[in-house]
Design a protein around this ligand. Structure first.
Ligand code: NAP
Length: 411
């Protein structure tokens, strides 16, 4: 009698729905479109995924890094995964299962394959970045923070209702670095009766607190009243946060993010390019530099900041009070009456000399945060200023990514 054929084994790539913060980074990064999502989950299609690992390093939470050895014919399908609230446990493989390929244990870290990634930025932090803590508090074990401040940072007569919100952690540890984000769990349930997912916000304060030496941090939150197409929409978490009063309690998870981090070595320069509330991490990094101005160790700060008008630009007043020899500020206003429409990428071209000078210094890191749409425009502008100087942008772009010196956080 013939022996039964061994069942083919698949190392199935899964995303942990309990940790995932639905930031879309994995779906954007996957070079072969194996990741998809609905209103509940982000999932990996076992029919498409080839285990290239391009999506793993950029994931801010590590939710992406889950693997199960499965009989291929029994792999979890997309529809099944979309309905999950948590990952299934490991299944014992039948005795007839063919041995998994060498090095295929689910917990074995695999090398990233940046060459196949379509990510425009680095998937590694700058070499001198401090080591971040991530996932200290999860959906199952959130931290309760207290609101100690909530005020508007845009002109009261404008449509952009942007708030600066300060959360205090009291006696409990919540160590963070500039460039990291946290998740907020809004109270209540969605249309399907499920608890709302966490919403992610970047820190607007530096590692030693919104108030130096205090166990607190700040966020920059825009009240969402319409969707990207301009149709009326009620942002669940942004409205919740903008309406919070002092002493209210908030459920927080995180911290998240291990690549969009600032360099830690003396004389490191920062080129910061942001739109609207994407200014949050730039405020954190700038404040980190401001607090250590007297050490004389700071490199240069070059900021490109886009907003509709001055009055809609968050933190306009405090920003403009910073000394000119501390930070080089370039404001791109798109809807200021009587002025031509300007985007950050226009100003990068206008300031080509200053940008090129910093790009030529390997101590320079570039951070881009804000609207998704700015990514292409900013990359084109950086390419143009490089090419104008007779340099090869693709070589520089690769180096910036490889060396953890170009970072994007856009939504
Ligand atoms: P916004 O007010 O809609 O826009 C800010 C400026 O960017 C406006 O001047 C706008 O010009 C301009 N702009 C529009 N399209 C552009 C493009 N393709 N290239 C360059 N500039 C462009 O911005 P927002 O509502 O504050 O949005 C900020 C974004 O940052 C959101 O997508 C948010 O998710 C993201 N973000 C927020 C945080 C946070 O912690 N809050 C963190 C990371 C990222 P127009 O006059 O043409 O509109």
């Amino acid at each position: 009698m013939n022996a039964p054929l061994p069942a083919e084994v698949l190392k199935q790539h899964l995303i942990d729905p309990e940790i995932c913060i639905r930031c879309n980074t994995c779906e954007e990064t996957c070079p072969i479109k194996a990741i998809t999502h609905d209103s509940n989950n982000y999932v990996v299609d076992p029919e498409i995924c080839n285990g290239c690992m391009a999506c793993v390093p950029p994931c801010p939470t590590g939710a992406i890094d889950n693997w199960r050895l499965m009989v291929r014919a029994e792999a979890y399908g997309v529809q099944e995964q979309l309905g999950w609230e948590e990952l299934p446990g490991e299944k014992a493989l039948p005795e007839t299962a063919a041995a998994a390929p060498a090095g295929d244990e689910p917990d074995t870290p695999q090398p990233a394959a940046p060459a196949t990634s379509t990510a425009p930025g680095a998937t590694v932090p700058p070499w001198s970045a401090a080591h971040p803590y991530v996932n200290l508090y999860t959906h199952k074990t959130p931290m309760t923070a207290t609101v100690v401040g909530n005020y508007r940072v845009t002109g009261a007569d404008t449509e952009s209702d942007i708030h600066h919100i300060v959360l205090d952690f009291g006696e409990l540890p919540f160590p963070v670095l500039e460039g990291q984000s946290i998740g907020i769990l809004p109270p209540g349930v969605d249309a399907q009766g499920r608890a709302h997912h966490a919403r992610q916000y970047s820190l607007a304060s530096p590692r030693d607190g919104e108030r130096a030496g205090y166990n607190n941090l700040s966020l920059t939150v825009k009240r969402v009243t319409e969707d990207h197409a301009g149709a009326a929409a009620h942002g669940v978490c942004s409205n919740y946060l903008c309406d919070l009063a002092k002493n209210d309690k908030v459920q927080v998870i995180g911290p998240f993010g291990h690549t969009f981090l600032m360099p830690n070595h003396p004389r490191a320069n920062l080129i910061m390019i942001c739109t609207g509330t994407g200014s949050a991490p730039m405020r954190a990094m700038t404040e980190r530099y401001r607090r250590r101005i007297e050490t004389g160790e700071n490199g240069k700060l070059l900021l490109f900041f886009g907003a509709r008008t001055e009055r809609e630009l968050p933190y306009f007043g405090p920003l403009m009070k910073l000394p000119r020899d501390f930070i080089d500020i370039n404001l791109a206003l798109s809807r200021e009456a009587g002025q031509p429409k300007r985007y950050v990428q226009d100003l990068i071209r206008d300031r080509a000399g200053a940008v090129r000078e910093l790009l030529a210094d390997r101590n320079t890191c570039i951070y881009v945060c804000g609207l998704k749409g700015m990514e292409v425009g900013v990359l084109d502008a950086l390419r143009d200023v490089t090419v104008q100087a007779g340099q090869d942008w693709s070589i520089l772009h690769d180096a910036l990514r490889r060396e953890g010196r170009l970072h994007f956080e856009t939504y």
